[in-house]
Write a protein that binds this ligand. Structure first.
Ligand SMILES: NC(=O)c1ccc[n+]([C@@H]2O[C@H](COP(=O)([O-])OP(=O)(O)OC[C@H]3O[C@@H](n4cnc5c(N)ncnc54)[C@H](O)[C@@H]3O)[C@@H](O)[C@H]2O)c1
Length: 416
């Protein structure tokens, strides 16, 4: 079912026929597409963080529109849409916050750029290599801002490790790990697309209308983003080659779930660091610390905590250290502004909204642009391809323009 081809029409939520909005003249007029858990959280953040005005909402599940409008005090000034093409035609919207969870989320982002909108997209950026290229080419051809809203790259520990590596304190970093091994439960895997309600496996007998979501099909390794993005920043490098292994489909934990329990990728970075990435969302375990990162260099190493009762740690070869020493690195930053408090994920959700806003208003360009986003998404996509092809190593394209590809031109073999 392609939701973008819905023939339902858009509608205003009140008698404001013009669709004109108030708010500060300099506010970014933004529409939120995809009104699930994350979209509704973004709607709240976009009202708390200065500089935004929500002008439109889009989801193909109609009841979610009303649930989301209820979160906006100026709801009468917000237009709602159930058709993506109509949503993109709305003139009182310069940017799209894309918070869908769909196989075609990359195509939806590219379509928004092609329609002349800036895009702040939730992770992961895309699920096909063609969609990675479509985002890159649309950003290049339109000049519109695309940001992948990956937030761990703004975390306190990421900033500290980036600084240590840049100053040579760890020597040559030869090996890194990043993993997201957790347990989603089964609720997100079955949804009633009429109401938007999710159901667990146990609830299915009373809700036969609930259908499998995209998560059944999505290879977990497509979700390397929160682990690879900070490592790319710390190493100032890009993934160049990938090989992967994983367990069978369906899940051992819940055979009703189509996903494998674990997928692991080994990545060779361009400047010769080996990175192990692992993802699995059906692995029961301690709830909180499902992420883990470490960097090992020729002169030292840093690692994230293994449990909430522990601290991250560091060791340096030339500092008379016999053991790793605990360091109070957190997701939260020591230099966090008040506006970032309680925005989510150790306050890091703030930075992706602030950086997108600032880039649109003449500030520094976004960190994780179309090139970086495509590089990360392609790593996950090609890792899954490697798995399907008997763990064959696969080269990851460099999405930046260069001698082999002019800006705005599709590479050989891609007709876009
Ligand atoms: N950055 C983070 O920390 C973080 C955390 C959780 C989720 N996410 C990402 O946020 C996104 C949303 O996650 P979620 O948990 O809110 O998912 P969700 O399933 O609760 O919501 C997704 C929404 O998108 C809508 N949707 C999907 N495809 C659509 C289409 N083609 N047209 C119209 N509507 C469509 C669905 O109706 C649903 O309401 C995902 O991409 C996920 O990976 C990021």
């Amino acid at each position: 079912m392609s939701k973008t081809t819905s023939k339902k029409t858009s509608k205003k939520t009140s008698g404001k026929a013009s669709g004109k909005t108030s708010g500060n003249a300099s506010d970014i007029k933004i529409g939120v597409a995809g009104l699930g858990h994350r979209g509704r959280w973004w709607v709240q953040l976009l009202q708390r963080i200065p500089g935004y005005r929500i002008t439109a909402l889009y989801d193909f599940i109609e009841p979610l529109l009303e649930q989301t409008l209820a979160l906006i005090p100026y709801r009468d000034e917000v237009r709602t849409f159930t058709d993506y093409d109509e949503f993109l035609k709305f003139k009182e919207m310069e940017a799209v916050a894309l918070t869908v969870r769909r196989k075609d989320q990359g195509a939806l982002a590219a379509k928004a750029l092609e329609a002349g909108k800036h895009v702040n997209a939730e992770v992961p950026a895309a699920h096909t290599i063609e969609d990675c290229w479509r985002i890159v080419l649309a950003a290049e051809r339109t000049g519109k801002v695309y940001q992948l809203a990956e937030q761990v790259r703004y975390a306190g520990f990421t900033m500290a490790w980036q600084d240590l590596v840049a100053r040579g304190e760890l020597g040559k970093v030869t090996y890194c790990e990043g993993q997201y091994i957790g347990y989603y439960g089964t609720r997100q895997f079955f949804q009633d697309f009429g109401t938007g309600t999710f159901h667990t496996i146990e609830e299915l007998k009373d809700h036969p209308q609930a259908k499998p979501t995209w998560l059944h099909e999505m290879p977990p390794i497509h979700y390397v983003v929160h682990d690879l993005s900070p490592l790319m920043k710390i190493l100032d490098d890009r993934p160049a080659r990938v090989v992967a292994m994983g367990t069978r489909r369906p899940s051992y934990t819940h055979p009703e779930i189509g996903q494998p329990d674990i997928q692991v990728a080994l990545v060779q970075m361009g400047k010769d660091t080996v990175v192990r990435l692992a993802t699995g969302f059906m692995q029961p375990g301690p709830h909180d610390d499902h992420h883990w990162w470490q960097c090992i260099g020729t002169k030292g190493r840093v690692q994230w905590r293994r449990a909430k009762s522990e601290r991250p740690a560091m060791w340096q070869a030339d500092r008379q250290m016999h053991e790793l020493a605990a360091v109070d690195w957190r997701l939260e930053r020591a230099d966090a502004p008040d506006a970032s408090r309680s925005t989510g994920h150790g306050d890091t959700d703030y930075y992706v909204q602030a950086s997108f806003r600032d880039a649109l208003r003449g500030g520094p360009p976004v960190e994780l642009d179309a090139y970086g986003a495509a590089q990360i998404a392609a790593t996950g996509i090609l890792a899954a391809d490697s798995l399907d092809q008997g763990s064959r190593p696969i080269d990851i394209p460099d999405f930046r323009p260069g001698p082999g590809r002019a800006k705005g031109k599709a590479p050989a073999g891609i007709s876009l």
